[in-house]
Design a protein around this ligand. Structure first.
Ligand code: MG
Length: 370
């Protein structure tokens, strides 16, 4: 089987809540997502999706996905999409770095492999654990009262894990954590995600001010070293996210005992192939995981669901359903939240069919080898 054509489409994903806000005044109102379509000479077609959280979250931006595919695509025409390790080596040889550019292509090739094998991607990724997985809800940065009200609202929808967007004014963040914690019930989990927004001494101060609260502290500071210094001074369970973007730093963080949980995002690592490798390593090392992506619609949510559902239950800290955050559906067959949980499709591949009427014409078409 050979890749004959690679296409990229742009989808705009607005939000039910209008704007998503996190540390340092960063916000997005309409996400710019790229759907990747990989076609083959066997008539099998796979799809992937990459959606950066704006251009200022990770070293990734929406037009960069499309520009990268224009550069990389011609090297992949003629390659076998089922040979995913070889395909990833080919991508890494043709384009250094830029993992998020490769992510959508890799996901689409897993979709193809699943269809050819007549198996859902989660079974190919290791096997389906349990009937479904629990979801977290990200709580956009607002005043403490608004955030507490949102948590109550999402709790009523079935969510039991809440990731507060803090990383703002440290004194207000202390109030945010306290206001939300007061709304929680037994069995709920609370994460205060600063998204690199605190300087080191303020991070220590915030954590010590909420030392009586059952809360996870996620990525308080910009650098790994600052986060490690904070981690060593506070009692809370600790999550690293933005700094963990390859196996080298993951192994270093394990050796330093720098985290209890790691947040692995599919496009941050460069696709399902590489995220599975990191996931399996975390299982062997005893590290819990939040498995997700930077953002996305139905296709990204399907890929997340297959990855999460194929992870041993005790290691899956939480995952997310980005396709419920906004009104636009870009594919049928994607997981739908039920009582704060979702399940990977049982259909072959990712189990999604893109809505071509929503995606429109492709912005990128690659059909000739370099
Ligand atoms: Mg995070």
């Amino acid at each position: 089987m050979r890749i004959t054509r690679i296409l990229a489409y742009r989808a705009e994903l607005p939000l039910h809540e209008t704007t998503y806000k996190w540390s340092g005044g960063k916000s997005v109102s309409v996400f710019d997502s790229t759907v990747v379509r990989v076609e083959t000479d066997a008539g099998v077609t796979g799809h992937g999706e990459v959606c950066p959280l704006g251009p200022f979250y990770l070293p990734a931006y929406a037009d960069g996905v499309r520009a990268g595919i224009r550069e990389l695509g011609p090297h992949l025409i003629g390659a076998d999409p089922r040979e995913l390790a070889k395909l990833n080596r080919l991508m890494d040889a043709a384009l250094k770095g830029h993992p998020y550019v490769k992510s959508g292509i890799d996901i689409a090739c897993w979709d193809i492999l699943g269809q050819v094998a007549n198996m859902p991607v989660c079974e190919l990724l290791g096997g389906r654990y349990g009937t479904d997985v629990h979801l977290y809800r990200a709580i956009s940065q607002e005043t403490p009262d608004v955030m507490a009200a949102r948590v109550a609202e999402y709790r009523a929808m079935g969510y039991r894990r809440f990731q507060l967007k803090v990383g703002g004014d440290p004194d207000v963040d202390i109030e945010r954590i306290r206001a939300v914690a007061a709304k929680l019930e037994s069995g709920d989990r609370l994460i205060a995600d600063a998204n690199t927004g605190w300087v080191q001494h303020e991070a220590v101060r915030v954590a010590k001010a909420v030392r009586d609260i059952d809360v996870y502290i996620e990525q308080p500071c910009l650098t790994y070293e600052e986060c490690l210094a904070v981690r060593r001074q506070i009692p809370h369970p600790f999550v690293l996210d933005e700094n963990i973007d390859d196996l080298g730093v993951l192994l270093r963080a394990k050796a330093d005992l720098a985290m209890d949980v790691v947040n692995l995002k599919i496009s941050k690592l460069g696709g399902l192939t590489k995220t599975r490798q990191a996931r399996d390593l975390c299982v062997s090392m005893g590290i819990g995981m939040t498995l997700e992506d930077s953002w996305g619609g139905d296709i990204a949510t399907a890929a997340i669901a297959h990855l999460a559902h194929s992870t041993p239950t005790e290691f899956l800290f939480t995952t997310t359903d980005f396709n419920s955050y906004g009104p636009v559906s870009i594919a049928t067959g994607a997981p739908q939240r039920v009582n704060g949980r979702m399940a990977a499709s049982t259909a072959p591949g990712l189990g999604v069919q893109p809505r071509m009427e929503v995606l429109g014409d492709p912005l990128v078409t690659i059909d000739r080898a370099r």
